[in-house]
Design a protein around this ligand. Structure first.
Ligand code: GLN
Length: 447
């Protein structure tokens, strides 16, 4: 597959030819179920779009039954930015329903397969985007990351996935899951393409009140030769699987060989991250999903009166995982439990933020696992709790609002990719990409 950088050099004719071939290739790989729908909306470089990002006049469903038939009335800001740069939305990719999940199994459209080995999950919730890029069915894709949904599927499928600093990329036109955590980001074949796509989609937007209104770019200053100080976390990774530990050791060696300085740091037990995240995310999701009532959006199941219409629409429209989160979110926000759960989670969130700030006084980047294991096989995660625990290394980054990039390091003995992530200071995407380029060069991962 050509890279985004190469695609930017193609003539119109070459691009049309390429895009037609791509459509054929997608048809030949239907069983992967990476795309929900393929439609070329412009004449630009085709980019795959997660099904929770609005493209005007195109169906957008967040892979939920409740949004079947809903047509986007306007473009998300990131889509306008793509179009302005000569890129074009090409297909909507499969995802966990409302981005809630870690395997893309909760989609109304059925599961997506991992392109490296179809017995394994592609990760989630941006599993369709990761599978499309990993299978050579997309040059690049957009995903969204609330608690790891770009970085984790990227790691599971052997590609690069980047979550920008909170506020860097406009959320206008993104189907909201947890508004204080959500960010759209690039999913690409390599680090340089991620930087290119990040530059295109990031920047100021009046339509998003949480936008950082910053327009600095990383590509003009990309520099893999910078010597950085990088924190590693020996204790924090103790519960990760052997393959993750092996990749971690390999990455440290590679970074040393590039002349970076490695220092050992510690983080508090990540079990607190899980609690703080699942309380915060479900509380916000409960509020955000309140708007799907059968009156204003998508599917409606008529009842005898308005209350019954709400009840039937939501009972039939939402899947089990989404319902579980709505129940949990209402519980932690309810008057008797608000202080005990929600307020405590916000305090924990501050502690996590402070902890990162303290580490970043001494270092430029932190090297961390993305997930505690490689992509599990379908059916291996037997309970919701087990699934939530697999987010242990990604969610603190969202709680602290930091940028992070996941990149492939090696394959395990079964040929399954192992990815790791770099985490940077807020708004320091430059250092994130510089360090990631250096690591990518040093490990020389072969897809
Ligand atoms: N797996 C996490 C969750 O289910 C993260 C999802 C995401 O980042 N959208 O909440």
């Amino acid at each position: 597959m050509i890279t985004l950088k190469e695609a930017l050099q193609l003539s119109k004719d070459e691009l049309n030819k390429f895009t037609n071939n791509l459509k054929t290739k997608i048809d030949e790989n239907k069983e992967l179920n990476a795309y929900i729908d393929v439609k070329y909306v412009g004449e630009g470089i085709p980019i795959a779009i997660k099904d929770n990002i609005q493209v005007k006049d195109w169906s957008v469903t967040s892979a939920s039954k409740i949004l079947q038939g809903y047509i986007a009335p306007y473009n998300a800001t990131v889509i306008n930015k793509l179009l302005d740069a000569g890129l074009s939305p090409f297909g909507r990719t499969n995802m966990d329903e409302f981005a809630m999940g870690s395997t893309t199994e909760t989609s109304y459209y059925g599961k997506t397969l991992n392109p490296i080995n179809p017995e394994h999950v592609p990760g989630g919730s941006s599993g369709g985007s990761a599978a499309a890029v990993g299978a050579g069915l997309a040059i690049a894709a957009l995903g969204s990351d609330t608690g790891g949904s770009i970085r984790q599927p990227a790691a599971y499928c052997g590609i690069v996935g980047m979550k920008p600093t909170y506020g860097r990329v406009s959320r206008y036109g993104l189907g909201a899951y947890a508004s204080s955590l959500d960010q759209i980001g690039p999913m690409t074949q390599n680090v340089e393409d991620a930087a290119i796509l990040y530059d295109i989609i990031s920047g100021s937007d009046e339509k998003d009140s949480t936008n950082a209104m910053m327009d600095d770019k990383v590509v003009p200053n990309l520099n893999a030769a910078r010597k950085l100080t990088i924190a590693v976390l020996p204790q924090y990774i103790e519960n990760a699987s052997d393959a993750i530990k092996e990749a971690y050791a390999k990455a440290i060696q590679a970074l040393k060989s590039q002349g970076h300085t490695i220092v050992e740091k510690e983080m508090m037990d990540a079990k607190y991250d899980i609690s703080a995240y699942y309380i915060t995310a479900t509380a916000e999701a409960t509020t955000n999903l309140g708007r799907y009532d059968g009156v204003r959006y998508g599917n409606k199941v008529e009842g005898k009166n308005l209350e019954e219409t709400y009840f039937k629409t939501r009972s039939e429209g939402f899947g089990d995982e989404v319902k579980r989160r709505i129940l949990l979110g209402n519980f932690v926000l309810s008057s008797g439990y608000y202080e005990a759960y929600y307020v405590k989670a916000q305090k924990t969130r501050h502690i996590i933020k402070d902890e990162y700030a303290k580490i970043f006084q001494d270092v430029d980047l932190i090297l961390s696992p993305v997930a505690p294991t490689v992509a599990p096989k379908f059916g291996e995660l037997s309970s919701p709790m087990q699934m939530y625990l697999s987010d242990i290394y990604t969610i603190s980054v969202n709680l602290a609002g930091l940028p992070a990039l996941s990149l492939p390091i090696m394959k395990n003995s079964d040929g399954i990719p192992v990815g790791l992530q770099f985490i940077a200071k807020a708004y320091d995407e430059q250092t994130l990409f510089d360090g990631s380029l250096s690591l990518e060069n040093a490990v020389a991962y072969k897809a």
